[in-house]
Design a protein around this ligand. Structure first.
Ligand SMILES: *[C@@H]1O[C@H](CO)[C@@H](O)[C@H](O)[C@H]1NC(C)=O
Ligand SMILES: *[C@@H]1O[C@H](CO)[C@@H](O)[C@H](O)[C@H]1NC(C)=O
Ligand SMILES: *[C@@H]1O[C@H](CO)[C@@H](O)[C@H](O)[C@H]1NC(C)=O
Ligand SMILES: *[C@@H]1O[C@H](CO)[C@@H](O)[C@H](O)[C@H]1NC(C)=O
Ligand SMILES: *[C@@H]1O[C@H](CO)[C@@H](O)[C@H](O)[C@H]1NC(C)=O
Ligand SMILES: *[C@@H]1O[C@H](CO)[C@@H](O)[C@H](O)[C@H]1NC(C)=O
Ligand SMILES: CC(=O)N[C@H]1CO[C@H](CO)[C@@H](O)[C@@H]1O
Length: 685
């Protein structure tokens, strides 16, 4: 039949996939041009070189097929067979042919914008056709018919093509930037990302169905979320929220996704130890960008972790100020947003979708969260797929503090609608600046709309409670400099809003706090038994936090939690305020010398001053950058550095591609680690 007709008519010597040209046209050349990588919904052209004497004739009937996955089948969209015609049809697989010379024929092949992504075979003929070659198909944010279409070119450059970025941590207004190397186009990374899809339990269980579902970015996104926690499957990362990082490295060790993905692949899919929220989010962002889904890492400060899945965060204390409640608010939390339409939901929910890759709760039986449309979170539409209540709580939960008396009586002492979810941050498009996107998640705090939305959400969640304005206010104010290694002061400001003079008992504590919310030993204390305050007046009580006390137990988070408890001596009413301080760290200085040109050697002079009153042991600098350090980190061991002295080193590297690149430097030592910095270098050709 056709196979024979063509076989007689077209005797192919070789097929040229024109990877260089096609990959460039499809924005995939950064992956390399040694194989064909195309984006769906856009044609690509291959050249057939014919054996001498077998002339191509116009009108020759040629049939092509494409297939993906181990069990390709037409019904599920993982196989297509189509005749070469006179025009391409954008809605389905189609092709045209033009005769270039006597022995070269050009085939232009067009794929539908909803084709499954993954590895494909291109064949000529119906059944058991001749192989013309293989290619990889990705999502296409450049194609208006694709579900991940993103209109703006600068946004596509940031959210799909940018191989490095910034993740925000710290505590507002002292945001701490962490430069991150996503490296989605570095050699081998795309294959590892495709392998993640193939290791997913849904694929193992039913490969045919899974490969077909890869047409849908919502599905792929959900698979990625689930794959990132290894308790369900052969996930990429293992989480660790304690200080015991034995058999692995601290989450703060990582400055890029590449090393993590390579290690996972190299160990045949053993979860890499260890990650915390920003690492989970960043790796997920790498995989999403590699597959063509626009993605960004975002940070929410004072993130709520709502254990009961109600919308109030409950802190419960006993009278000795021991926290006995379960719910915790993380200092900050990172997740990812990906960009896509939501044909599975009612209209108006396309755009950014939040998904939280950090393992927390079970959703539909596996550990993952999202994707949830931001517009659903903002409007309190908690019935929305997937996991809307959880993400809603992360940005919107109200905080309620209870004190449980010895008698067992539980008393609400404070309700604060401002504590959770603010300064939601991500890197701005095209520049190294923080973009505040809180308005995408919620109406302004305290606004009419916000309360209405919260009430609506509570209604969805069958939960209600409300209380009055406090007549006494407490604020905790922090000194300008809180450099690690120094002693510093904190002030507890109490204001009496009532019409009468009041006397209080004030207790303030400073304690080392861990990222997981666990509170350590006291490192500062101040108590005032008879604090008298006149109406409309306020007082400021100082509390000194000493290095000698916090130094021995401070963790890599460098967080200290200050709590003030106030009791009205007359009414015996409690008031409370809590604030987390993230200590400052010394800067890493990076000085680049040399001419920033491709293949020319540059040197970076790197230094950090020891801020501690004790020597720093085992000092190490780790340096990396996309297309700067040859795909791997440069590690420089420095040894011991005395107080006030500098840990300093010089590294050499040769850029391999032009453009704006980030050189990321991380510092680690026994007593001081988790410090990083970056320098942007513009490399010319
Ligand atoms: C090519 O296909 C068309 C339509 O299927 C058919 O009419 C025609 O006879 C075929 N030509 C050859 C050379 O087989
Ligand atoms: C991933 O692992 C496979 C199997 O061990 C290996 O063949 C491949 O080269 C690895 N890929 C990378 C990029 O290291
Ligand atoms: C990973 O990224 C995708 C695409 O951006 C996202 O939608 C998905 O939910 C994320 N999964 C995780 C684990 O975050
Ligand atoms: C939290 O961190 C502390 C200090 O590192 C550790 O002792 C504790 O086990 C951790 N808690 C959890 C729940 O991981
Ligand atoms: C996966 O998530 C669950 C639920 O929070 C958690 O208990 C488990 O430790 C996580 N697994 C890993 C290895 O991170
Ligand atoms: C590292 O430091 C940042 C603040 O600069 C903090 O937010 C983060 O939690 C720390 N990471 C670890 C693992 O301690
Ligand atoms: C549609 C498309 O992008 N095809 C390109 C593939 O490479 C050939 C060879 O250079 C180009 O001519 C096509 O434009």
């Amino acid at each position: 039949m056709c196979v024979c007709v063509f076989a007689v008519a077209l005797d192919i010597e070789k097929c040229d996939l024109q990877c260089q040209e096609n990959n460039t046209e499809h924005y995939t050349e950064e992956n390399g041009v040694d194989r064909l990588i195309v984006r769906r919904g856009r044609p690509f052209s291959v050249l057939l070189h014919l054996r001498q004497g077998s002339h191509a004739q116009p009108g020759t009937n040629v049939t092509l097929s494409v297939e993906t996955g181990p069990m390709p089948c037409r019904e599920s969209g993982t196989k297509a067979t189509f005749d070469v015609g006179s025009a391409v049809d954008e809605s389905c697989w189609s092709a045209t042919m033009s005769v270039l010379t006597d022995d070269i024929v050009c085939l232009t092949i067009s794929s539908p914008a909803d084709a499954p992504i993954g590895k494909y075979k291109l064949l000529m003929g119906h059944i058991n056709g001749t192989s013309l070659g293989e290619f990889v198909m990705l999502f296409n944010p450049w194609c208006s018919r694709d579900a991940v279409y993103m209109e703006n070119e600068e946004e596509r450059e940031e959210y799909v093509l940018a191989q490095d970025g910034i993740i925000y941590r710290g505590v507002p207004p002292r945001f701490k930037e962490l430069a991150w190397t996503f490296g989605q186009f570095e050699p081998g990374i795309l294959d590892i990302c495709l392998r993640i899809l193939d290791e997913n339990p849904k694929f193992v269980h039913d490969a045919k169905q899974d490969c077909a579902a890869r047409a849908d970015p919502v599905y792929v996104t959900r698979v990625l979320s689930a794959m990132i926690n290894c308790s369900d499957d052969r996930g990429v990362l293992m989480g660790c929220w304690s200080d015991d990082y034995s058999f692995g490295v601290k989450p703060s060790y990582w400055t890029g996704s590449e090393d993590i993905l390579r290690q996972w692949n190299y160990t045949n899919c053993l979860p890499v130890r260890y990650g915390q929220c920003w690492v989970f989010a960043a790796v997920n962002c790498t995989v999403s960008r590699a597959l063509g889904i626009p993605c960004r890492v975002i940070t929410n400060y004072d993130s709520a972790h709502d254990c009961n899945c109600n919308l109030l965060m409950e802190y419960i204390y006993n009278e000795d100020n021991k926290e006995i409640g379960d719910d915790s608010i993380w200092n900050y939390h990172c997740w990812v947003e990906s960009w896509m339409t939501r044909p599975d939901l009612k209209e108006g929910f396309g755009g950014w979708q939040a998904s939280d890759p950090t393992p927390q709760e079970q959703s539909e039986g596996v550990f993952c969260c999202g994707p949830v449309p931001l517009s659903a979170i903002k409007n309190g539409e908690l019935t929305m797929k997937y996991d809307a209540p959880f993400v809603y709580a992360e940005v919107n939960a109200d905080v309620v503090v209870y004190v449980t008396k010895k008698t067992g009586e539980k008393r609400k002492v404070l309700e604060n609608t401002k504590e959770v979810g603010h300064h939601i941050s991500t890197k701005a498009v095209g520049k190294d600046e923080r973009l505040d996107i809180t308005n995408l998640y919620k109406y302004p705090e305290g606004s009419e709309e916000e309360r209405m939305v919260f009430e609506k959400a509570k209604h969805h969640n069958k939960l209600a409670q409300k209380s009055e304005e406090p007549e006494v206010q407490i604020k905790i104010k922090i000194a300008k400099s809180t450099m690690i290694g120094t002693d510093f002061q904190v002030f507890v400001v109490v204001k009496n809003n009532s019409p009468t003079t009041k006397t209080f008992l004030l207790l303030c504590y400073a304690r080392v706090q861990h990222y997981n919310g666990t509170i350590g030993e006291k490192c500062g204390f101040a108590g005032v038994p008879d604090l008298k305050i006149d109406p409309s007046q306020s007082t400021a009580t100082p509390l000194t936090v000493e290095y000698s006390k916090y130094g021995p137990t401070i963790t890599d988070d460098r967080m200290i939690k200050v709590k003030a408890i106030l009791m009205d001596s007359e009414t015996r009413k409690f008031y409370k305020e809590v604030k987390t301080i993230v200590l400052d760290t010394p800067p890493i200085t990076i000085k680049i010398a040399g001419i920033p040109k491709v293949n020319q050697k540059l040197t970076a002079d790197i230094a950090l001053q020891n801020p501690l009153p004790v020597p720093l042991q085992d000092c190490i600098f780790t340096v990396n950058g996309v297309r700067l350090t040859a795909g791997q980190s440069i590690v420089q061991k420095i040894g011991t550095v005395n107080p006030k002295e500098y840990a300093a080193t010089k590294v050499e590297f040769a850029p391999t591609a032009p453009g704006k690149k980030k050189l990321v430097v991380a510092f680690d030592s026994a007593k001081l680690s988790n410090i990083s910095a970056f320098e942007t270098i513009v490399i010319t050709d």
